[in-house]
Design a protein around this ligand. Structure first.
Ligand code: C2E
Ligand code: CA
Length: 570
């Protein structure tokens, strides 16, 4: 760049005059040599040697068209088609009108007619051609990334917009391509090697857009943007593209990932299209098996929603937006069903989204550990509720709380639960702990140790969602548990599917052997309830008896039972 600016000031500009006629060369040279450094060639091939040798410094070539060996047209074609020589402007020397048009079509910057015009006119033509070429290089350099030769991001977006406009908003696919763990490549192998990789990827992308049409840019240190006409075969083509790019790098340790906005007409602005492609690419950050993915609007809005819930969680806890509902569990072994306990189930009353069900946020919070805070909140609420019923009605209803698999890894779990019971003046067996069966399979030893410690303190453990996990029957005998909760899926079809009914019977037989009660959840109909009773199920939870209720509604169930003088707790 510096060199170019100096040349622009008139220093070091050099002109090559190519003509087989000695006199013509000398005449032109005489007109230009007080301004430029002039060199000469007497035929095309000699000229080509000089042009290649001085390609970085040569400012202009003045070229006669008729010469032996390599003629002017052929040399002009070579210069224009060589990416390293193309920047050098060429003025042709002609004496025929036809030749002027032809040489301009071949990419000549201008022409000088023979016999020569006045020296001032020639000097002006030469000067102007050099200026124009240099200006276009400066423009080219600001709009391009110096390492890869691809557009810079700003120009890319601008030209992309123009392209959309000129092509009547023809459908275009947007691709963001990132190099996996590029910072490590730089650190391990040095910046020069990193630059080499970037150049190679830049070249492959350049080739790609040459074939497909469209534009490409380097949009960040290890990130590229590709904007190509929409292709319905893009899915199939992508693996070819990736393979080609990976091949071009010649280094199996380095790989790329691509996020794609596949034009379905839903987004028309180029920048928004690239935002979407970037999101798709971003999602692949930690995936080593998948190298490309498509933007999916529905998925994205779900992710945004999840993100909102995660962000709002702390405030929601502080503002008590979480409310605990209670679903009764009924003992059906006697003549009349009676409440034996309740399950605490959390609901989120979000100021914007209304009531959010735990199905939407529990697994989300389990994935990032936030569940621990929420569970402690629910355990405290549940213990306070047991206390409250105790104070209000003089009865002590046990409440089961869900203990997430993440909680099991908290070494303080036992102390936290004990403190909660103590703070509310409860004996620990009033807090029943529901632990999902799959937690047992995920980390059997850890959970067996934790559960054993909890039981030693007096807590009762219910194995939740039994039948969903894998531990199932063979592990059952060695697991320290106090009750089995049958997963809802078994109950759903017991009336219509004899196999399911039989399976429930077998599980209940095993539970009897282990001397633990079986709780069936998700019981919705009288028929289901009666079949379960017939097969020896002890406890029922489900809509047939009651949905999960806010405490004030649960109060009414207690009051009704008290009125009838029938209850199972004391
Ligand atoms: P889960 O522990 O299996 O709880 C039973 C779910 O079944 C509850 O859904 C309950 O409302 C629903 N249910 C009860 N009876 C019926 C019925 O007859 N038919 C049908 N179709 N559904 C019934 P909910 O309240 O939406 O909770 C979903 C899951 O969220 C729970 O499944 C539990 O795994 C989790 N969860 C809820 N509250 C908490 C909590 O405070 N902490 C933790 N860690 N997880 C919780
Ligand atoms: Ca449960």
């Amino acid at each position: 760049m510096q060199e170019l600016l100096e040349r622009k000031k008139g220093l070091h500009r050099s002109v090559l005059i190519v003509d087989d006629e000695f006199i013509e060369r000398e005449m032109l040279g005489a007109m230009l040599s007080d301004i430029y450094e002039v060199s000469y060639a007497e035929n095309g091939s000699h000229a080509l040697d000089i042009i290649k040798r001085d390609k970085l410094t040569l400012s202009l070539v003045i070229l006669d068209l008729h010469m032996p060996e390599l003629d002017g047209y052929s040399l002009l074609k070579i210069i224009r088609s060589d990416s390293e020589l193309r920047r050098i402007p060429v003025i042709v020397l002609t004496s025929e009108k036809d030749a002027e048009v032809k040489s301009l079509q071949l990419g000549a910057a201008d022409f000088i007619t023979k016999p020569y015009e006045a020296p001032d006119v020639i000097r002006a033509r030469v000067g102007r051609s050099i200026e124009l070429a240099e200006d276009s290089i400066i423009i080219h350099e600001t709009e391009r990334d110096s390492l890869t030769g691809l557009f810079n991001k700003e120009f890319f977006i601008e030209y992309g917009r123009r392209l959309d406009y000129q092509n009547d908003n023809m459908p275009m696919d947007a691709i963001v391509l990132d190099i996996n763990r590029f910072h490590i490549v730089n650190e391990l192998y040095g910046r020069d090697y990193g630059d080499l990789i970037l150049k190679k990827i830049g070249n492959s992308i350049h080739e790609l857009v040459c074939q497909t049409g469209g534009l490409a840019c380097r949009s960040g240190s290890n990130s590229f943007g590709i904007y190509i006409p929409h292709n319905s075969d893009l899915r199939e083509k992508l693996s070819q593209y990736t393979e080609k790019i990976n091949e071009s790098m010649g280094d199996q340790k380095i790989s790329v990932r691509m996020g794609i906005y596949y034009d379905d007409g839903s987004i028309t602005d180029i920048e928004r299209r690239f935002d979407c492609a970037r999101l798709a690419c971003h999602k692949l950050r930690n995936s080593y098996s998948t190298c490309y993915d498509f933007y999916n609007a529905e998925l994205h809005s779900k992710e945004l929603h999840s993100e909102r819930l995660i962000n709002d969680m702390d405030k929601a806890l502080a503002e008590k937006q979480f409310k605990v509902f209670y679903q009764p569990k009924y003992s059906i072994s006697g003549e009349k069903p009676v409440i034996t306990s309740a399950e605490a189930l959390v609901r989120w009353f979000h100021p914007e989204f209304g009531m959010v069900s735990p199905g939407e946020f529990i697994s989300l919070f389990e994935n990032n550990g936030l569940i621990q805070k929420l569970d402690i909140y629910v355990w405290n609420e549940a213990a306070a509720q047991i206390r409250c019923w105790n104070d209000k009605y003089g009865i002590s209803i046990p409440v089961s709380v869900n203990v997430s698999r993440v909680d099991v890894f908290n070494p303080q779990l036992c102390d936290i639960l004990t403190d909660i019971a103590n703070n509310n003046g409860l004996s620990v067996e009033k807090l029943l702990l529901e632990i999902t069966e799959s937690a047992y399979t995920d980390n059997a030893q850890q959970i067996i140790d934790t559960v054993a410690a909890l039981r030693e303190k007096g807590f009762k453990i219910e194995m939740d969602d039994f039948g969903c996990g894998y531990s199932s029957l063979n592990m059952l005998t060695s697991l320290p548990i106090d009750a089995l909760k049958l997963d809802m899926k078994f109950i759903r079809n017991i009336c219509t599917n004899p196999k399911d009914y039989r399976l429930v019977g077998i599980i209940i037989d095993i539970a009897r052997l282990l001397e633990v009660p079986v709780i069936a959840e998700g019981v919705e109909t009288k028929e289901q309830m009666e079949l379960l009773k017939a097969v020896g199920c002890d406890i029922i939870q489900g809509y047939y008896f009651s949905k999960p209720l806010p405490p004030e509604d649960f109060d009414k169930l207690i009051e009704a039972e008290l009125k009838e003088g029938q209850y199972a707790y004391n």
